[in-house]
Design a protein around this ligand. Structure first.
Ligand code: GUN
Length: 285
């Protein structure tokens, strides 16, 4: 029976520590501020953005949500981003994805100043991450590394398999694992015989957005299993990409859904915003 990695509890603990750090920063005249831009009426995005705003308030980060209508043009959005790039009081900018279809996501993400790109999606930050330099790393993979640290899981030299190759999770996850000296394999929807990779893995990170991607037969006894999925089952209940009930009997550590990776994602966004404010302040001096 696995140890459950409690992302909710760790997130609360880290947020308590952040509160104190932010109080100290404010005494030095540093007031971290995040602006989230939400375009359109995607209901999941609305929930995510509300949670980000609420979490900022909890730790003392100033946050503003700019909502723009579904019909917003790319030019209108680029103008808002440019205004935020120029605004000295803004440390972090996050444009919530997905964007309406008339707007090119790549163009918008590239328009955010890399030093305000707390999502870590700008190609400059992606490049810095890939060479292992200081940068903003995407929040979900950073949150997973923070969980490993909390639970004393040393991944150096370990055989880590990432399932999923998205720019938001899979690819940056692989880069962070490599930075932490793991041996990394990325599997994806075209991988042949997925189980032959996962059965040999010491750590499996699943980010496919498909239920039942990882079943108990696919996991080695004692493996560490991280579930990034967020799906609904037939009863409408939240569930991940892993067959949790069966896999937890074989794994040594496992993350639940909900209450695993999800809460850690927001915590790392807050962490990136604090760091953006600190770097911004240093750059001004
Ligand atoms: N949509 C889903 N996850 C994310 C995220 O981490 N950042 C942004 N900007 N949009 C998202």
């Amino acid at each position: 029976m696995a140890t459950i990695m409690d992302g909710k509890a760790l997130s609360l603990k880290l947020k308590e520590q952040m509160k104190q750090r932010i109080e100290q920063l404010k005494q030095q005249g540093i007031n971290p501020k995040l602006v989230v831009v939400l375009v359109g009426d995607n209901s999941a995005s609305q929930v995510y953005v509300r949670n980000k705003h609420k979490s900022c308030g909890e730790v003392g980060i100033e946050s503003e949500v700019i909502t723009m209508p579904e019909q917003t043009t790319q030019q209108e959005l680029l103008e808002v981003v440019e205004r935020l790039n120029q605004d000295e009081t803004v440390d972090g900018i996050l444009v919530q994805l997905p964007l309406p279809k008339q707007i090119d996501e790549k163009t918008v993400l590239r328009s955010i100043l890399p030093e305000k790109d707390v999502d870590g999606f700008h190609p400059v930050n992606v490049g810095l991450l890939s060479i292992g330099d200081e940068c903003f790393a995407p929040a979900t993979p950073s949150g997973i590394i923070a969980m490993f640290q909390e639970y004393g899981i040393d991944i150096a030299g370990k055989n880590c398999v990432v399932i999923g190759r998205s720019n938001i999770v899979g690819k940056p996850m692989a880069a962070l694992l490599l930075k932490n000296n793991a041996t990394v394999t990325i599997c994806h929807s075209k991988t042949e015989d997925l189980a032959s990779y996962t059965r040999r893995a010491d750590v499996v990170i699943v980010a496919t957005g498909r239920r039942h991607t990882l079943t108990a037969e696919m996991v080695k006894e004692g493996a560490v299993v991280v579930d990034v999925g967020m799906n609904r089952n037939e009863q409408g209940k939240l569930c991940g990409d892993v067959d949790y009930e069966e896999v937890k009997e074989k794994a040594s550590f496992i993350t639940p859904v909900p209450g695993g990776v999800g809460p850690m994602t927001i915590t790392e966004l807050l962490e990136n915003t604090i760091q953006a404010a600190q770097r911004h302040h240093r750059a001004e001096k």
